[in-house]
Every structure is written in C-alpha cells, then in structure tokens.
Ligand binder design. Structure first.
Ligand code: GRF
Length: 195
C-alpha cells in the first residue's frame, strides 16, 4: 500500500481530510505528519489519531534553508514515504529538496493556477474583480506553484465577498479536491480532477 507523508504548517484541515479519506478508502497509509512549526495545531490532531509526527523548527536554521531541509528530509526519509502531500505547508522549498522528491510530491494552492501563484491569493482575486476563484492541486517542481496540474475546483466570487468569506468557500473545496486527486495519483491516473 502506498505510504503517504503530509507536511503542514498550521491547523492542518487539509491534512485531516486526507487522513480521513485514506482511512475510509484504504488506498494508502499515512506514515508521517511533519511540520516546520512545532506549535502547529495539526501535529497534535495527527498524534491524537496515532499518526507518527515530526516537528523540525525552521527558525534555528535562520537563512540556511538547505540545513533545515536536510533535517526535515532525514525525518521524512526515515518513514520511507512513496508520496509527499504538502497541505498548508508555508515554506518555500529549494530545488535540491524538490529534486529529492520530484514526481511524488503534491501541493494544494488556494487559487486557479496559473493565476495568483504565491501568497494572498483571495485578496488578489477580489482586487481583480474575478467572478470565479478556487484551488489547485499540482505536482511540486522547482518553479513555485507551477508544476503539472492534477486537479482544480472552482467557486463563484459573490457580491460582498471578503478575503475571509472567499477563503472559507475555497477551503471547503480544497477538502473535496485533495482526497480525490490523491486517490487518482495513487492509482497512477494523472487525468486532472475538475470539480
Ligand atoms: C489554507 O489557506 C489553504 O488554502 C492552504 O493552506 C491554508 C491552511 O490550510 N492550502 P490547512 O487548514 O492547514 O490545511
């Protein structure tokens, strides 16, 4: 059965939906939930489900991204994952780290890529007057938020939407999209999931 490691930085709502879907579908097994923030709330939620966790605080490494990533990769590789899922993971990864896991690392991004790579995606969609927004799951490559798209979910932008109301509408779709993409990816089916 495919072994899945999930990387988070915060509450881990996407991580929780992936854990639940793997438990229900039995198509893969979570072997680690890791975070760059020891205080990430998602870590205790994963531990409460008996999932092995790892916290590698990026702060002591300062600007030495490689040293942080070496420590993180050590914890990841110890669990021998077949797939890495970035889920609300807020660190930019160096090409060296990405090369290590290329072809088996997914990320969910809260915009309809290629629109709005990077941060503050909802604010940018609202500022642009977009009628539609959404989220994308893609393979992680060295170009930030630009790897092959494995799935997208669209939501309407509604009159009076704020960054928070739009973020909440998109997040609900992230929770639908990511498990469906992981199921296909595990099955070796890379046709994009379009919701
Ligand atoms: C959310 O903004 C989501 O859009 C993005 O990361 C943030 C936190 O997600 N993927 P999570 O609740 O930690 O999964």
């Amino acid at each position: 059965m495919k072994r899945v490691a999930i990387l988070i930085s915060g509450g881990g709502s996407n991580m929780l939906t992936l854990l639940r879907d793997m438990a229900e579908g039995g198509y893969a097994r979570p072997v680690l939930v890791a975070s760059n923030d020891p205080a990430a709330k998602g870590l205790e939620k994963a531990a409460a489900q008996g999932i092995p966790i790892a916290a590698v605080d990026h702060r002591p490494y300062g600007r030495d991204r490689e040293a942080f990533e070496t420590a993180l990769a050590e914890r990841i590789d110890a669990t021998q994952p077949d797939i890495l899922c970035l889920a609300g993971f807020m660190r930019i990864l160096t090409p060296g780290f990405i090369r290590r896991y290329e072809g088996k690392m997914l990320n969910i991004h809260p915009s309809l890529l290629p629109k709005y790579p990077g941060l503050h995606t909802h604010a940018r969609a609202l500022a642009a007057g977009d009628q539609e927004a959404g989220c994308t799951v893609h393979e992680v490559t060295a170009d930030l938020d630009a790897g092959p798209i494995l799935g997208q979910a669209r939501v309407p932008v509604l009159p009076g939407d704020t960054e928070d109301s739009l973020a909440a509408r998109v997040l609900a779709q992230e929770h639908r999209l990511y498990p469906q993409v992981l199921r296909r990816f595990v099955a070796g089916d890379c046709r994009p999931v379009l919701l």
